[in-house]
Design a protein around this ligand. Sequence first.
Ligand code: FES
Length: 183
Amino acid sequence: MTEEISDPKILVNRREFINLTWLASLGFIFVDVGGVIYFFSMPRFKDGEFGGTFTVGKTSDLPSVGSAPTSYPKGKFWLANTDEGVKAIYKVCTHLGCLYNWSDQESKFICPCHGSQFQNDGSYIQGPAPRDLDSFIIQAVDPDSGEIIAESPATGAPLRLPEGQDVIIKVDTGTKITGNPHN
Ligand code: FES
């Protein structure tokens, strides 16, 4: 037999309790959803760590066109200043993933594992590698406004830096461009 509740104060208190419980549940849901949105909207990697962005200097800091590429071990890329523009080349060989080296004597990249060779812009020359070396997006940033004024093409071609401007050069190691197959 169910017991009837006759005291109106108890009824009100129970309603309030249920309402508060609902509100608390909704609050928890909003906090959870907000936390997830905040987590995914934040950059996952800091500047200067692999997966994030590296500031490599300004146009005036670049080595001369055609000189040996500069190694950035933390970012796992080589920065090459070529006739066609600048390129940030991923240090991992496109054959089986060895770390290749730059040869000053032969002016090209040579992989010690199976002998694949690449030009200073990452283009395939010979060996078992199936494609050009992969690369990262380079951004040219206006030093005054902080705006990105040029970016590497999605084709992986080198970025031609704006002429007559000493722009800041950034490499985004979170955006890899797959090298073009040579066959
Ligand atoms: S891993 Fe570089 S040639 Fe095989």
